[in-house]
Design a protein around this ligand. Structure first.
Ligand code: IVH
Length: 672
């Protein structure tokens, strides 16, 4: 084709592209099929490549048209998980050890991994039905995301239609949206880093500003899928590529920790040559069957881990040392340092961890220090340059009273390690300490707790300072008239806040327990408590200290948690808070899993050692098949599974109560 006629054709195609895009993105009423739209985009890009054409309206330049301002929420069919982090060889060894124990494999078993660079962007989930992209969601809180379909459809790397025969009929493709570093250069003034730029432009309200940001998409996994034929993650990655998705060119299949480490070192060296930010390597057990057996804990899979890169560091001077008070009363010293740019992020605070750390490193105000920043972890001070220490510098004295409420502080004694804690804590209970109260409310409204949309940490702080809230239940009696007069609060945002507070009132018992921020009661433990207590009335019965003691029967709950609950329920202020909250909230009883598995509604208990399988895996096998596990013989128990060296007392008690005592073989048969 002659260049002149190609140019004419190119211009015509661009015209068409503008017309189709306008219909598609602005009017939300496409006039051509997604396939034709994709084809047109591809033809334009091909012509650009061949003849070096360019046009300001080309799909290679523009992000799209006006995206919707308010994104609707939509549930993920399969939860979007996050990943646990590893920082060194020891962490990786421990990760493998846990897996080996869980699967009851031989100690020297060598796993095969899919090792994939961890792009530092924003994850998204794309639902394709019959090959057609029908929905795109952001990660959100992992359970439900924002419907950002239109915005995602503007990204060139995201196909709208996939015609290959082996493409599953119904699948969620997941991957990372990001922006390349050279493109970020042009936006440096508006965003702190490329990740923020990607996130900001995905949810832009003013498209003119962002329409020129070329977002990229790399695919790496799936959520729901109607296909059960792929056996390994590395093979799935190959399929992704064949279907037309971009995958990372640095993905590798690797056996054994030693080789993972070599690959990590190699990529880390190359890291700064790449045109996009990566903050580590994700390792996934390659075999999907093993992944399925391993399952996940609360928010992260057991079968994967993110091996972070060692931090970037820099040097700065400590201007002051602030003592921050956390939700559990921990006093954390934070160094205010002269602003310094570390790996593209401007750092002015660095954590000093705890009193012990300051003593050990003899860190002082005025010192010149080396600061490290690893990915999204808070920067910390590594060492002091003593040669630069000023002559008149003085040792830092850690406050012995809480800087917020003046209460006594202590370092708790740990009877297990027979040592005092490194962390000093404020001893005030309940809501007496200002800083602790604010942190408790921040926790109460946070994503994993009541998940009150639009009620961020800054708003909590602000409302607290102007006296709108002092205690968690004040959230349900807010003076909206006053809020609407505050700067930055229009009627729309007030209404949105009202709505999300209203929505948060319906809460499951375990989330409610977690939201109270009781020390040592994290998400996992709150779940265990919810499962055991079933109804909110039983939770309130924990006022009775004898009843608390019964919690020792729960697998996973120990003295630490019990003592913490005792302290919590001993404090009248806490009782008042939970009573008031119970009036405003609709606390749902614990929902039994609605699984329809082979063991539906059957209750099991173990005694003695099992063969070739760990307790944890046996437990998750039973639960995945609809069964339940308890840890003591009660009337509800259906089967006592007897392994080697069982506790005779338990077996006798079960027999006395006419409970079926079975061996591992019978359990295996039940699961066939
Ligand atoms: S797998 C199933 N693979 O890392 C576990 N995630 O901290 C999670 N990420 O939200 C997804 N590269 O945004 C997976 N090759 C990769 C990834 C990757 C980056 C991000 C993703 C996720 C976060 C987890």
């Amino acid at each position: 084709m002659l260049k002149s006629s190609a140019k004419k054709e190119y211009k015509e195609k661009i015209k068409k592209y503008i017309k189709y895009s306008k219909k598609y993105f602005e009017d939300n009423s496409p006039i051509v099929t997604d396939q034709d739209f994709d084809l047109l985009k591809k033809e334009i890009l091909d012509l650009e490549k061949k003849f070096n054409f360019n046009d300001k309206n080309s799909p290679s330049k523009i992000l799209g048209f006006t995206p919707s301002k308010n994104f609707k929420k939509h549930p993920h069919r399969v939860k979007m998980l996050s990943l646990a982090n590893a920082f060194d060889e020891e962490d990786l060894i421990n990760f493998e050890k846990k897996i080996i124990n869980f699967l009851n494999f031989k100690k020297n078993f060598e796993f095969e991994y899919s090792a994939e660079p961890k792009i530092d962007g924003i994850s998204a989930s794309l639902t394709y039905k019959s090959g057609k992209l029908i929905r795109g969601l952001s990660r959100g809180n992992g359970e439900e995301g924002e419907d950002i379909t239109l915005n995602l459809k503007t990204i060139c790397d995201i196909p709208h239609y996939i015609g290959q025969k082996d493409f599953p009929d119904d699948i969620d493709i997941r991957g990372e949206i990001f922006i390349q570093n050279n493109d970020f250069e042009k936006l440096k003034d508006n965003f702190a880093n490329p990740r923020n730029a990607a996130s900001g432009s995905l949810r832009q309200k003013d498209p003119k500003k962002t329409s020129k940001i070329p977002l990229k998409f790399v695919a790496y996994t799936f959520g729901f899928s109607s296909d059960q034929t792929t056996d390994k993650q590395t093979n799935f990655l190959i399929k992704l590529k064949n279907w037309g998705f971009k995958t990372s060119e640095l993905n590798k299949k690797i056996k054994g920790i030693k080789n993972l480490l070599t690959n990590h070192q190699n990529i880390e060296k190359k890291r700064f040559e790449l045109n996009y930010d990566i903050d580590g390597i994700v390792y996934k057990i390659n075999d999907f069957k093993l992944q399925k057996r391993l399952g996940f804990v609360t928010n992260a899979p057991r079968w994967a881990i993110a091996h972070k890169f060692s931090a970037s560091n820099s040097v700065s001077e400590i201007l002051n040392i602030d003592i921050q008070v956390g939700r559990t009363g921990a006093l954390t010293p934070v160094a205010k340092v002269k602003s310094v740019n570390i790996g593209g992020v401007v750092v002015s605070n660095a954590t000093l961890h705890n009193e012990e750390e300051i003593l050990r490193k003899d860190i002082r105000i005025g010192d010149t220090v080396k600061i490290e920043r690893a990915g999204d972890v808070i920067p910390h001070v590594i060492s002091v340059d003593l040669s630069k220490r000023k002559k008149d510098s003085k040792k830092f004295t850690f406050p012995l009273k809480c800087p917020s409420c003046g209460s006594k502080t202590i370092k708790e004694y740990n009877s297990q390690t027979k040592k005092h804690d490194a962390v000093r804590r404020c001893t005030s209970e309940g809501f007496k300490c200002e800083k602790i109260s604010i942190e408790k409310i921040k926790h109460f409204v946070s994503k994993d707790a009541l998940n009150i949309d639009g009620f961020g940490k800054k708003i909590v702080q602000n409302f607290w300072e102007i006296g709108l809230i002092k205690l968690p239940h004040d959230i349900f009696n807010l003076d909206f008239e006053r809020i609407s007069k505050l700067e930055g609060w229009g009627s729309l945002s007030v209404n949105n806040l009202k709505k999300s507070i209203q929505k948060s009132k319906k809460v499951s018992l375990d989330k409610f327990i977690f939201s109270l921020g009781i020390r040592h009661i994290g998400q996992e433990n709150a779940k265990l408590l919810g499962e055991f207590l079933k109804k909110k009335e039983n939770f309130f019965r924990l006022k009775n200290q004898n009843f608390i003691q019964e919690l020792i029967n729960i697998d996973g709950i120990g003295d630490t948690q019990i003592n913490s609950l005792k302290n919590f329920f001993n404090e009248k202020a806490n009782l008042d808070v939970i009573l008031s909250l119970s009036k405003s909230l609709d606390i749902q009883s614990f929902k039994e899993s609605t699984s329809t598995g082979k063991l539906k509604d059957q209750v099991f208990m173990f005694t003695g050692k099992l063969n070739n399988i760990s307790r944890a895996e046996a437990k998750s096998l039973i639960e995945n098949n609809g069964g339940k596990i308890v840890s003591n013989v009660t009337k509800k128990l259906d089967y006592l599974v007897m392994g080697e060296k069982p506790t005779t007392k338990k077996v006798d008690l079960a027999k006395k109560n006419k409970i079926k005592v079975i061996n591992q073989k019978t359990l295996d048969e039940m699961l066939q």
